[in-house]
Design a protein around this ligand. Structure first.
Ligand SMILES: Cc1cc2nc3c(=O)[nH]c(=O)nc-3n(C[C@H](O)[C@H](O)[C@H](O)COP(=O)(O)OP(=O)(O)OC[C@H]3O[C@@H](n4cnc5c(N)ncnc54)[C@H](O)[C@@H]3O)c2cc1C
Length: 266
């Protein structure tokens, strides 16, 4: 197989404990954040494929300036280049506008792409839309829920999780693969790549740079209308499952827990 031009989409997300919404219902992104866990699995597959076949991995993100943190982390893990699309005009983008802006960025700076990696989903938006939407804009084949990739002569053999089992496909390039958590254990940063990262710069681009207008991005470019956002408050105690020990022991544990709960309620 020839050297591959690999791109991996990376989203920076709030750490789960710091995840909260603002009064207007939008995600509050001012707290501590991290590389989305599924993007870490996607990056790991991208790096493994590059190391096996040859080529380069470019990581691309759309987000506020602090998303550079996740891109730097990706470079320290072994990505070759990084691009951040960052602009106030992008605020309020739904998945349609996000995928449109990302695919326009890829068309301008990354073509021709052989393999595009995305996480299966994010832990803040959770839609699993963006990878497939970007693939559609770029007219690529796509396989989602992928947990295994084997390069062949000019194709990839990929395994995807399906209900109750697996399905294996042989796919031609270019292809978008969205990666599950089951695929791998992501590597951490290495000393070699951390030193190389000191000499690298993240390319930061704006909406104007990619040739889009304010009407095509952000709230203006988002067909989704969020009419109301509710914070769900759960007022019952958490579910507790007793699954260890004999049935007798588990029933006793259950009775103790019920008594304790009743005492607390009085
Ligand atoms: C009406 C509306 C308004 C919104 N307003 C805002 C807002 O003001 N601010 C805000 O931050 N969010 C906003 N969002 C959420 C925003 O649309 C999503 O965060 C974004 O589209 C990504 O969707 P997701 O998180 O579900 O990603 P998924 O589709 O679940 O992500 C799958 C994979 O796609 C890739 N990917 C996803 N997003 C990105 C990205 N940004 N950069 C690079 N790769 C990516 C990653 O590889 C990821 O693992 C809004 C959503 C709606 C519906």
């Amino acid at each position: 197989m020839k050297d591959l031009n690999i791109v991996c989409l990376i989203k920076q997300v709030p750490v789960p404990k710091a995840m909260k919404t603002k009064e207007d219902g939008m995600m509050d992104r001012s707290g501590k954040s991290m590389m989305n866990p599924y993007c870490q699995n996607a990056l790991e597959e991208a790096l493994k494929l590059r190391d096996q076949v040859g080529g380069k991995v470019t990581v691309v993100s759309m987000g506020p300036p602090n998303a550079q943190q996740s891109l730097m982390e990706a470079l320290r893990r072994g990505a070759d280049e990084a691009i951040l699309l960052s602009d106030r005009l992008l605020a309020g983008s739904d998945t349609w506008a996000t995928a449109y802006a990302l695919s326009t960025t890829l068309k301008k700076y990354c073509m021709p792409i052989d393999v595009l990696f995305a996480g299966l989903q994010t832990i803040d938006g959770d839609t699993a839309h963006v990878g497939p939407q970007v693939a559609e804009h770029l007219n690529m084949y796509q396989v989602c829920y992928v947990d295994k990739i084997i390069p062949k002569e000019n194709t990839l053999l990929v395994r995807r999780l399906i209900e109750g089992g697996y399905a294996t496909y042989e796919v031609p390039l270019p292809v978008m693969l969205s990666i599950t958590k089951e695929a791998n254990v992501p590597r951490g940063p290495s000393l070699k790549y951390s030193l190389e990262t000191l000499k690298k710069e993240i390319k930061i681009v704006s909406v104007k740079d990619i040739g889009l207008t304010r009407e095509e991005v952000g709230l203006a470019g988002s067909p989704t209308i969020v009419s109301r956002v509710l914070n769900v408050v759960i007022d019952r105690p958490p579910v507790k499952i007793f699954e260890e020990g004999t049935m007798e022991k588990r029933v006793k544990q259950l009775l103790v827990a019920v008594n304790q709960h009743e005492e607390e309620a009085q």
